[in-house]
Ligand binder design. Structure first.
Ligand code: SF4
Ligand code: SF4
Length: 472
């Protein structure tokens, strides 16, 4: 961007001072049309985030990421380690979607959808405004002695923050271990689940640290997505942007004066009131151009619009716009890069949907025992196999048994011929197949083994049957 008055911002961040110490920022309480929209979007997303682990689809938790047991549910579809390719594909689709979205709409995800921003700006920050007041009052309180007033306000705020952090940690745990398990543990009492209690305390501590102290540093320093902006954004990406052409004009920004005809002076429309800076939760000056710290929260758009309105100038000095739109007055264009990403995304989504529909609720794997060829048993040839039956449903299979489908022979399971596979469970074992040698037409016969639960066929598995080379 041209016409930057001071390039020093490129070497510093607004939340760290010259000595490298953390500088707390006290953003002004946002207000305006976009803030109102964001509030409603945030409430909606918060409800979804909190309700998700408690919603069941066909008895499966709607969203669950049980890393410890390697069990994942996405939109109610249970993913077993055997479905991991689907899970990876799902993640790839998610990443491509976010990239595509960023290329077109910039960092809008951060300001409107990211749970960190939603909790920070719409929950914790609002409690802070309620207890400590707006920017000025908060700044005064920070400088104030530790008297009864300050201890009371800070104590109340930190206690509420701790309770909410504990609540978030419980929700987080419900995503990790499943809400049923969490409720069970709560009913049992914490002492019976000491390791979970420690994990819960650690999560609570982390959330508390993030929302009390670390705050916007998550977006500026820690978040990898934020760091990617430099490679994802280009001049055509839509972003929260300052219209420097209009704001600076020939003579640059200048204070407002009622007495002059601003249009005739050559001064820019920016009246240098710095309200866009004061309201910014990451402490930046958007007039310096697109910056890594900007989470596209739109607070500066609302703030500048209200200033423009008060001085009788057109709104939109800060708005959603691309660099090209501002500098070259070029309208939005669906670029080749955007088309490319959209094509890749559509293909991935189509593959994902196809695989989801092809995925079965039962998985039966029958493999020949490694290192074993065949055995002669009179006029029969025998092969030994290992099998695994996975029940991904929420119903027990009470009478699982196997049948040879494409050849006459006998199939014997070591142990019980009919066995049970409980819901979300797995059974492994060994089985023998014996076939009369004269029925075999080659040394490697393809076998089709059907899996039944009672009279219902639930899966078909394929494997090979080895026999001597006596067919030449
Ligand atoms: S709020 Fe608008 S007018 Fe005020 S300094 Fe920021 S850009 Fe300029
Ligand atoms: S510059 Fe504006 S949109 Fe970006 S973080 Fe600051 S207030 Fe939000």
């Amino acid at each position: 961007m041209s016409k930057l008055p001071d390039e020093a911002f490129r070497d510093t961040i607004g939340t760290i001072d010259k000595e490298g110490k953390r500088k707390f920022i006290f953003p002004k309480k946002p207000s305006g049309k976009l803030y109102e929209y964001r509030k409603w979007v945030s409430y909606f997303l918060l409800i979804i985030l909190i309700a998700n682990p408690f919603i069941k689809v066909n008895g499966n938790q709607f969203m669950m990421f049980n890393i410890l047991e390697r069990r994942f549910n996405i939109f109610g579809f249970p993913f077993w380690p055997q479905d991991f390719y689907l899970f990876v594909l799902f993640m790839i689709v998610g990443v491509v979607f976010v990239i595509l979205f960023t290329v077109i709409f910039g960092r809008i995800f951060c300001g409107w959808i990211c749970p960190q921003t939603i909790f920070m700006e719409m929950v914790f920050r609002r409690i802070e405004y309620w207890i400590e007041g707006d920017r000025g009052a908060q700044m005064r309180l920070a400088k104030q002695e530790w008297d009864i007033d300050k201890i009371g306000k800070k104590g109340l705020k930190w206690t509420i923050f701790l309770i909410i952090s504990f609540g978030i940690a419980n929700i987080f745990l419900a995503y990790l271990i499943g809400s049923d398990r969490l409720i069970e543990m709560i009913e049992d009492g914490p002492m019976g689940h000491f390791s979970t209690l420690i994990a819960l305390s650690i999560f609570t501590g982390i959330f508390y640290f993030v929302f009390v102290w670390f705050r916007e540093q998550v977006c500026i320093i820690a978040c990898p997505y934020g760091r990617l902006q430099g490679v994802l954004l280009d001049d055509k990406s839509i972003n929260v942007a300052y219209d420097f052409v209009r704001g600076e004009k020939e003579l640059g920004r200048a204070k407002f004066s009622k007495k002059e005809d601003r249009g005739a002076t050559g001064k820019g429309d920016c009246i240098d009131c710095k309200q866009c800076v004061n309201v910014c939760p990451t402490g930046i000056d958007i007039r310096n151009g697109t910056q890594l710290e900007c989470v596209n929260c739109t607070a500066c758009i609302d703030e500048c619009d209200s200033i423009m309105e008060s001085v009788g100038l057109p709104k939109g000095l800060i708005r959603y716009a691309s660099e090209d739109e501002i500098e070259k007055k070029a309208p939005f264009k669906f670029t080749a890069r955007m088309k490319g990403y959209t094509t890749i995304l559509s293909v991935l989504v189509a593959i994902l949907i196809g695989l989801l529909f092809l995925r079965t609720d039962v998985e039966a794997t029958i493999l020949r025992l490694p290192g074993q060829l065949y055995q002669h048993k009179g006029e029969n040839i025998s092969n030994v196999y290992t099998f695994r039956v996975i029940n991904k449903t929420n119903n027990d299979f009470n009478s699982i048994h196997f049948k040879l489908a494409n050849i006459k022979g006998t199939l014997k399971v070591v142990g019980k011929q009919n066995f049970k596979v409980v819901k979300q469970g797995m059974v492994e074992g060994t089985l023998f197949v014996e076939i009369k040698q004269y029925l075999l037409e080659s040394d490697k016969t393809k076998l089709k083994i059907e899996v039944f639960d009672g009279n219902k066929k639930i899966e078909t598995s394929r494997t090979n049957f080895l026999s001597p080379r006596s067919f030449d």
